[in-house]
Design a protein around this ligand. Structure first.
Ligand code: AVJ
Length: 299
């Protein structure tokens, strides 16, 4: 946050959205009528779970990047014969513990091994309890890959391909589409996305001791068609001073804090990116309206 305030333009990583309140707000976003990605991807997982489970293999070690509430993986686990282990990775530790406890309740035989970690950093998987090395399969739903810049995305995929060698990655990507639909998904009528965006300032106030006045910042999300991405910003409603410890930063009226990019992909563009990262792209599942895609990438 200090860096974000000190530098121009002011940019902050979207991973900071996900404190307990932010993770709960994100779960509410997933239920919004305008936010089509979650329900579209869930329908794809539901409809093709058998086929996906066949590719994953009967006894895989399943690793989810940014698991959150770990709702989607339930459809895969139900279709797998004997999942050996499930490793949900998430930056929000409390949210992760709750999700892991619920999964253990519903899958008594499953070894659930949560990792509270930042998956943008290199990941070390704990060894299997019995010392075996089953096929590793990654699960990265929700188009969270869209939070990375194209270069970062290739970097992440390259690391994932290394980690999952011999197995594969099942990954969801939001598709390029009518900008009006994209715009609505990030500007919901109920204002939940705005609350999610502004929660970043509330979190900074609590954890870093900044004195942001959330009423003096406006949620601003738009589709940038040249870069094929949604950008989310917090726009300063007036020239104001923000305190961080003993320092003071001036934020001019109309200046923004850039809080998130959400890249949209074409099916072919994403397959090219995956190939570049060392995967062999396989089956792609899309919905009839071509709003969302789930890719199988062999590692
Ligand atoms: C979790 C990154 C996939 O980009 O759509 C939802 C986050 N931000 N509404 C997305 C988000 C605003 C979401 N991802």
């Amino acid at each position: 946050m200090r860096q974000a305030l000190a530098e121009q333009p002011h940019c902050i990583s979207p991973k900071f959205f996900y404190d307990a309140a932010g993770s709960a707000l994100f779960d509410r976003i997933c239920e919004l009528p305008e936010y089509y990605p979650t329900r579209t991807e869930l329908a794809l997982l539901d409809r093709h779970a058998e086929e996906m489970a066949t590719l994953i293999g009967p006894e895989a070690d399943l690793i989810e990047f940014g698991a959150g509430s770990a709702t989607k993986v339930r459809l895969l686990l139900a279709a797998m014969q004997r999942p050996r282990r499930f490793v949900p990775i998430d930056i929000s530790a409390e949210h992760l513990q709750g999700a892991a406890a619920a999964l253990r309740r519903d899958h008594p035989g499953l070894d659930v091994h949560p990792l509270a970690a930042d998956f943008t950093k290199p990941i070390q998987l704990p060894p299997m309890a019995d010392g075996s090395r089953p096929q590793r399969v990654g699960f990265f739903p929700g188009s969270s890959i869209g939070n990375f810049s194209p270069d970062e995305a290739v970097g992440f995929l390259r690391q994932a391909a290394e980690l999952l060698r011999g197995g594969g990655l099942l990954i969801g990507t939001d598709l390029v589409k009518d900008p009006a639909l994209l715009h609505a998904a990030y500007n919901d009528a109920a204002g939940v996305t705005a609350a999610f965006n502004l929660n970043l300032l509330t979190r900074a106030n609590r954890e870093l001791g900044t004195d942001f006045d959330t009423r003096q910042f406006a949620h601003y999300a738009f589709y940038e068609p040249r870069l094929q991405r949604i950008e989310m910003h917090l726009v300063s409603r007036r020239t104001q001073t923000v305190r961080l410890g003993s320092e003071r930063f001036q934020v001019m009226e109309g200046q923004t804090l850039h809080t998130e990019n959400s890249q949209k992909f074409t099916v072919e563009g994403f397959r090219r990116m995956a190939r570049q990262a060392g995967f062999t792209p396989g089956t792609v599942w899309t919905d009839p309206k071509q709003h969302f895609a789930v890719h199988w990438l062999a590692a």
